[in-house]
Write a protein that binds this ligand. Structure first.
Ligand code: UGA
Length: 423
């Protein structure tokens, strides 16, 4: 078993650290936020992620998982150091490498001879070299090992990855990193660093393309009188297409797809390639927010000035508390700009949120509302008492931006119902 330090205890770092400790490795997770480290030492996980609390507690109790403040001391004498720090988007769409470079500069002098630095953050193509330079150590190798975890099922994804990708110019280091995962059954792709980095971006960009494609098809269905759910059913049986990632909605969001698609366009531009297809994917996504807003406006009779709109769901998707780049918030922002009063409910949000009144239960959010917009696909929304919803609303109208609810039952109950890509 190996000694590993993880730098950065966000969604990726914390999940990866707890997972590697479960596999039997000795893992220390480092972060710069003192409160977070103190909480984690007590087993308090600061994010909503299925199964992560148990995994962290198990690691702490077994003595295989520790949390420390600051990266340098934690990186000394370790065989592997994983960089899991954020790469936020800069104004020009490119990924900001400042955190990665700073972390590499900090740990460089402390690293043991022959340590391997593993880059898990999503970084622009060529970043392995940038990290090598920032470390300033010729005896340490840098390996790219991108993560493909989905928030909400990240723990499951650690144990059941579709593939493990390792990018390195040094075969021996690649083999050492691969050995960390030997208990996991998955295809292993060992390649050069630039290809590994590109695999991560291209995978996210392709998935984002599927979402924008199905949203565009949904818009077409509305225009021609087809039903996108039937269309996806008929398409998905073609094994080359499949059913996954073809759920129409208010557009993709989160900390990854919007940032990574823009970054890949930028990477192409810098290298002299115009990735027009991906620019189209981003444009369709932004239009999709506007289309949901238009549907709410239509249900409200043309204007939401002074109108109360109820919103169910604020996170970028269900089963997470993450609201970064959430389509729900983009839609709500536009509605508030147009004069709406928005009362929202989300199982993970309590207390006021900017210009949104946050309610503690879904029925309270609907009081006096002229339209209810379903913006995140939380399963619990399906099973609510819609007669009660109808009775508290000023007017029973629903815009179901996730096609989550039973439209026929709602119409029978007296609601005006509008979904995505269907009549
Ligand atoms: C995504 C990728 O799925 C992971 O493989 C990757 O590791 C991760 O980004 C990352 O780069 O770190 P995640 O951001 O957790 O994971 O979210 P997804 O489940 O992929 O969903 C992204 C967005 O697309 C959400 O807003 C979701 O609602 C939307 N979506 C997804 C749809 O609108 N329709 C679909 O059919 C699927």
């Amino acid at each position: 078993m190996s000694s590993i330090t993880i730098v950065g205890t966000g969604y990726v770092g914390l999940t990866t650290g707890a997972f590697l400790a479960h596999l039997g490795h000795e893992v220390t997770c480092a972060d710069v936020v003192e409160d977070k480290i103190e909480g984690l030492r007590r087993g308090e996980v600061p994010i909503v992620e299925d199964g992560l609390d148990e995994l962290v507690r198990e690691g702490l109790e077994g003595g295989r998982l520790a949390f420390v403040l600051g990266a340098a001391a934690a990186a000394a004498d370790r065989e592997f150091v994983f960089l899991c720090v954020p790469t936020p988007q800069r104004g020009d769409g490119s990924a900001d490498m400042a955190y990665i470079e700073a972390a590499a500069r900090e740990i460089g002098p402390a690293l043991a001879a022959e340590a391997v630095v593993v880059n898990k953050s999503t970084v622009p193509v060529g970043s392995t070299r940038v990290v090598e330079r920032a470390l300033g150590r010729s005896d340490v190798s840098v390996v790219s090992n991108p993560e493909f975890l989905r928030e909400g099922s990240a723990v499951h994804d650690c144990f059941h990855p579709d593939r493990i990708v390792i990018g390195s110019d040094d075969q021996a280091s690649a083999i050492r990193v691969a050995a960390l995962y030997k208990a996991i059954q998955a295809p292993l792709i060992v390649t050069d660093p630039s290809s590994a980095e590109t695999i991560k971006y291209a995978s996210n960009a392709f998935l984002a393309t599927k979402v924008s494609f199905v949203n565009a098809v949904a818009n077409l269905c509305e225009a021609v009188g087809a039903d996108v759910r039937e269309v996806v059913l008929g398409m998905g049986y073609d094994r080359r297409i499949g059913f996954e990632f073809l759920r129409p909605g208010p557009g993709f969001g989160g900390s990854c797809f919007p940032k990574d698609t823009r970054a890949l366009v930028r990477i192409g531009e810098d290298a002299g390639y115009d990735f027009g297809l991906l620019r189209g994917v981003i444009a369709v996504n932004e239009e999709q927010h506007a289309r949901v807003v238009s549907k709410v406006l239509a249900q409200a009779g043309g204007s939401v000035e002074g109108v109360t709109v109820a919103a169910w769901g604020l996170t970028f998707k269900a089963r997470t508390d993450d609201r970064r780049d959430s389509p729900a918030l983009h839609v709500i922002d536009r509605l508030v700009d147009k004069g709406a009063r928005v009362r929202a409910y989300d199982p993970t949000v309590h207390g006021p949120l900017g210009r949104i009144e946050v309610c503690d239960d879904p029925y309270a959010a609907c009081e006096d509302a002229h339209v209810l917009a379903v913006l995140t696909e939380w399963d619990e929304f399906r099973w609510l008492d819609f007669r009660k919803v109808r009775d508290v609303m000023a007017r029973p109208a629903i815009v179901d931006a996730r096609n989550l609810l039973d439209s026929a039952a709602l119409r029978r109950a007296g609601f005006a119902y509008q979904g995505i890509g269907r009549q």
